[in-house]
Design a protein around this ligand. Structure first.
Ligand SMILES: [Zn+2]
Length: 501
């Protein structure tokens, strides 16, 4: 399969898509001063990693000319093939901890194996933890001989000042129309493509200024429609791909830990009426491919396991998107909890009390805070309920909440009423993340609204985090359409066991 966006990827400094970046890098390479740490900052798909690889070649080429690599010597060829052990590319989004940077440090103090300089390209460097940044700072302050660090980021503001001040910064940006056109023209010429102006513009407009998107899209269009491209073909292509939530997009969202964004997109899919089973299989196949490319990526393996388990639930879920919603929450959520658990108080009981105090004071401020879900204007009387009532009507509560927000309903569905304490309902949740979400002001209102609808009075509630070992009995209340029948305890246990192991 021809892959033009790799074939036409810039290979020389002068080929770079952004002219000012090309100039700046040229002056850096040509200058006599030794440079050891660079920062490439700019949006996705603006050519940062391409530029980093070009520099790797330029500084290692055996016969460079005017700062440009020759692309013929053994060093150039080895680097272009991606075979060199001295070019180390690290994705900081999935290797963000202190141990990852320690490993990097050990490697950095070994001499290059074959090349003149060992090059570390660290992508999405802003994702490193604070400790990891501190460790990185030490390396950058006193860099080992014959090494060059190229840090890439889409969010330079998140990089600590101490680190920033040590780096020579090159700014990347989104492509303007003329930059994108120039980039496209290389492929059009090289592959002898016939394309109408309208079609070209449509592709450019849809690239969102990303050279990577642009080339990838164009590549796919050519593969699908051949060498003659008109407006109709391009429109057909975008029509088909629009709105689909692909594996790559999901992976990006997962790495950014952006659960709200993911749930929002899933809700959109639900409105469109897409087949969630099929979507899950597409995601699986995407991550499967990724896993084969990088067998060491533990996170990808974990995600695959969660997606496979989620399939078990498809057959019995009444709400179609629920299995995937819970799956993505687990895919993101567990990680969030794990990274925070270190800071957790040693005394969990005290912690809960402290949190409920915060919550109480927050709800006291209710009147001064504008809210998204309006409680009825009339005075609502606070009422006392029994635990058994809540248990009995749990399905109705879920049903009342759902029209306001599917995700809140999904969080509640993965929780259970635990007890009534001081007139307050305590809802047991199994992930810290669920607790945080449910206690967000706007979500809290939605739950209160659901309780109000079912019980006809205000019921106050708090969320409590379950003890770690009770996770096994996590409920998976499968409620049928009428929200009347709840499956038996043992069925719930079996389902939960299937899903969460
Ligand atoms: Zn060379």
């Amino acid at each position: 399969m021809p892959v033009f966006h790799l074939k036409y990827r810039p290979q020389k400094v002068t080929d770079l898509d952004l002219p000012e970046v090309s100039d700046k890098i040229n002056s850096i390479i040509s200058s006599e001063t030794d440079f050891q740490s660079l920062l490439f900052a700019g949006p996705k798909g603006s050519g940062k990693t391409s530029a980093a690889r070009i520099i790797a070649k330029a500084v290692n080429c055996l016969k460079p000319k005017n700062g440009e690599a020759c692309r013929k010597c053994e060093n150039c060829l080895e680097i272009e093939k991606g075979n060199s052990l001295d070019i180390i590319e690290i994705d900081a989004a999935s290797n963000r901890g202190i141990d990852d940077v320690r490993g990097l440090k050990e490697n950095a103090y070994l001499s290059p194996i074959r090349l003149k300089k060992k090059i570390f390209i660290i992508d999405e460097v802003h994702m490193l933890t604070k400790e990891a940044f501190n460790a990185l700072l030490k390396i950058i302050e006193e860099p080992p001989k014959n090494t060059l660090f190229i840090l890439c980021t889409t969010d330079a503001q998140k990089i600590p000042e101490t680190v920033l001040s040590r780096l020579l910064k090159v700014n990347f940006r989104k492509g303007k129309e003329e930059d994108l056109e120039r980039s496209l023209q290389k492929v059009i010429k090289g592959e002898k493509i016939e394309i109408s102006e309208e079609a070209k513009n449509e592709i450019i407009v849809n690239s969102d200024g990303s050279f990577r998107n642009l080339q990838k899209t164009f590549n796919e269009i050519i593969l699908e429609f051949g060498n003659k491209i008109g407006k109709e073909e391009v429109e057909k292509y975008f029509e088909a791909s629009r709105g689909e939530y692909g594996g790559e997009e999901l992976e990006n969202d997962l790495r950014q830990r952006d659960i709200e964004e993911i749930i929002k997109k899933l809700e959109k899919m639900a409105e469109k009426g897409i087949d969630f089973g099929e979507l899950r299989l597409k995601w699986l196949s995407y991550f499967h491919q990724k896993m084969l490319l990088n067998l060491d990526d533990g996170e990808i393996k974990r995600w695959i396991e969660i997606l496979i388990k989620s399939g078990e639930m498809e057959k019995i879920a009444i709400i179609e998107q629920l299995p995937l919603e819970l799956a993505v929450i687990e895919m993101v959520g567990d990680r969030v909890i794990m990274s925070r658990s270190d800071n957790r108080d040693t005394n969990p009981v005290e912690k809960v009390d402290e949190e409920s105090r915060v919550i109480m004071s927050r709800s006291d401020n209710r009147d001064t805070n504008p809210i998204e879900v309006e409680m009825p204007k009339v005075d609502v009387k606070e009422i006392k309920v029994e635990l058994s009532e809540v248990e009995e009507k749990w399905g109705n509560i879920l049903g009342a909440v759902k029209p306001y927000n599917h995700s809140v309903e999904a969080f509640l569905r993965a929780a259970r009423p635990k007890k009534i304490k001081d007139g307050k309902l305590l809802i047991e949740v199994f992930y810290k993340f669920h607790k945080e979400k449910l206690e967000e002001e706007k979500n809290r209102k939605i739950v209160e609204m659901g309780l109000l609808k079912v019980f006809g009075g205000a019921v106050r509630f708090d969320c409590v985090l379950a003890e770690a070992d009770s996770k096994r009995t996590m409920p998976m209340a499968i409620v049928n359409k009428g929200d009347e029948k709840v499956v038996s305890e043992s069925e719930i246990y079996d389902v939960a066991k299937n899903i969460f192991g």
